[in-house]
Design a binder for this molecule. Structure first.
Ligand code: MSP
Length: 507
């Protein structure tokens, strides 16, 4: 197998700490974690970053509402996101907080590069601002007196520094034209393009009416606009402003940002323009996923229909929630969450299809082959087919992982699970036990080998269960990467008593 060894840098947005994690924020990190795991299994050097966005007016207001200092508030609230990582077993290599000293240094260095390149000027802002969105809006953008996102806006008038965003229109359009894969899916690229084509105003990038932010270098009384502060986190983690550092050199050109569609403008317009202005290379790709609704309704605190990932995982299990979110939505499109759909998927795809396949094969081996992986005889065409389909699964997953088609990764894996189930039904090892035990052993061996390869690939989707399956097949933890789908299981291995990995849920 030839596997690309290109480094892979994947990031989630950093989460505002004013609210607790919910299913939407968990989703972005589950997606990034899946891709990080896949790339590691494929032998690529990976850095996976998540973290918390701790400055700005919204966070400051939430702290004040609680009557505590912003620093105490963010110290406390950022723990919720660490807890979320523990809950799902996320494999993030870094967890950045925008209150970290090294991040402040990095954000200020970016600012200084913008100033050095004459991309910043001092003036005053007068216009609308949504604290909830932490975004400035033009009069024409308002819908019924509210932000286009439906949040409240207030009139802001304050001295500030502007970034010469308007100068970058042509360069941005050229970027989208020459790199049509820079922003995915296509619908988001088109959205960003038409926003830029509509004309860009210079962007206010400092605030002076409150204090909770990173000081603008050399200008007391100004703090950096929270989005400039936040976006620079992606660089901070790689050692920026030291652009000679190994991590920066190796990983920055390979950056993949995963984000929700609501924040595509910040990532697809402001971020590349800021980097261009600073003279820094751009990330490789942005992928904007869709929005989850709850039983058809927008999820919001005021509607009281937020979904708590801690409750959900407590009830159903982390792999179960993860699998549902990854498989039930076309990555990039909106999707609806419902308890019934979750239970249905757990029972059908996990318990019946995957769980049963593993359980019936391993139990049969345990009972009828002396708990040892049987030695196969000559393989028939159908044995070879199922083993090959499973051993080549990784090759079909790779392009989907490259294009962040997470739902298709699930489909490919479950396609092979379906093939394996059909193979069991067709070969009927339980009938062979009475008529042809040599053939029975060959069939069971072929199945065990296919299950091993399915489980190796499924580690990125359902990591806990896939690990348990590989443990039950006594696969050495060192031999669980994609390359090892090309090595067959060794006959004669002693196998432990199998235990089910996906319990059925009583609806
Ligand atoms: N702090 C900014 C990001 C700065 S990145 C330099 C932010 N934070 S957030 O906490 O509000 O949202 C983080 C992510 O959660 C976004 O990608 C957003 O799309 C996602 N989601 C929030 N609610 C969601 C749903 N209901 N469904 C899917 N994703 C959603 O924005």
């Amino acid at each position: 197998m030839t596997s690309s060894k290109d480094p892979y840098y994947i990031t989630t947005p950093i989460y505002y700490v004013n609210a607790k994690p919910h299913i939407g924020t968990a989703y972005t990190t589950i997606a990034a974690d899946t891709l990080a795991r896949f790339m590691r299994l494929d032998g690529r050097p990976v850095k996976f970053l998540t973290g918390t966005d701790e400055h700005g007016q919204k966070v400051e207001q939430s702290a004040l509402d609680k009557g505590i200092s912003p620093q105490d508030f963010v110290d406390d609230m950022s723990q919720n996101f660490h807890a979320l990582s523990d809950l799902f077993g996320f494999t993030n290599d870094g967890f950045i907080r925008t209150t970290d000293a090294h991040h402040k240094k990095s954000a200020q260095a970016l600012w200084e590069m913008l100033v050095a390149n004459e991309a910043v000027y001092e003036s005053a802002y007068e216009g609308w601002y949504s604290v909830r969105d932490e975004a400035f809006y033009n009069e024409e953008e308002l819908v019924g007196g509210k932000a286009p996102t439906g949040t409240d806006v207030t009139w802001v008038k304050e001295p500030c520094f502007f970034f010469k965003l308007s100068k970058f229109e042509d360069q941005l359009l050229d970027l989208y034209e020459k790199n049509p894969d820079f922003i995915a899916p296509k619908s988001r690229l088109n959205e960003v393009k038409s926003f830029v084509e509509g004309g860009l105003n210079d962007l206010c990038i400092s605030r002076s009416t409150f204090k909770w932010g990173i000081p603008v270098p050399g200008h007391e009384g100004h703090i950096m606009y929270v989005w400039v502060d936040a976006l620079s986190n992606y660089l901070s983690y790689l050692g920026f402003p030291d652009t000679k550092s190994k991590d920066y050199q190796e990983f920055w050109p390979q950056a993949h940002h995963i984000l929700g569609k609501d924040i595509i403008r910040f990532h697809g317009v402001y971020w590349p323009a800021l980097l261009m202005a600073a003279g820094l290379p751009l990330p490789k790709r942005l992928f904007a996923h869709g929005w989850w609704t709850n039983d058809g309704q927008k999820i919001s605190k005021s509607l009281g229909n937020t979904i708590d990932p801690f409750d959900l995982v407590g009830e159903f299990g982390s792999d179960q929630v993860r699998y549902f979110l990854l498989s039930a939505a076309t990555f990039g499109r909106d999707s609806d969450f419902s308890r019934d759909a979750l239970i249905q998927k757990i029972n059908t795809n996990l318990a019946n299809d995957f769980g049963n396949l593993v359980q019936r094969v391993l139990s049969f081996i345990h009972k009828h082959c002396g708990a040892q992986l049987p030695t196969p005889g000559d393989f028939t065409e159908s044995d070879k087919t199922i083993m090959t389909v499973a051993a080549t699964l990784k090759d079909r997953l790779r392009p989907h992982a490259e294009s962040q088609a997470l739902h298709k990764m699930c489909e490919e894996i479950w396609q092979v699970i379906g093939d394996a189930n059909r193979y069991v039904d067709q070969e009927e090892p339980w009938a062979l036990r009475k008529t042809d035990t040599d053939r029975m052993r060959t069939v069971l061996y072929a199945l065990a080998d296919a299950i091993k390869n399915i489980a190796i690939c499924a580690q990125c989707i359902v990591p806990k269960a896939a690990t348990a399956i590989l443990d039950q097949l006594t696969v050495d933890p060192q031999n669980r990467d994609l390359l090892h789908t090309e090595t067959r299981l060794e006959p004669g291995l002693d196998l432990p008593k199998p235990e089910g990995v996906f319990p059925r849920i009583q609806a």
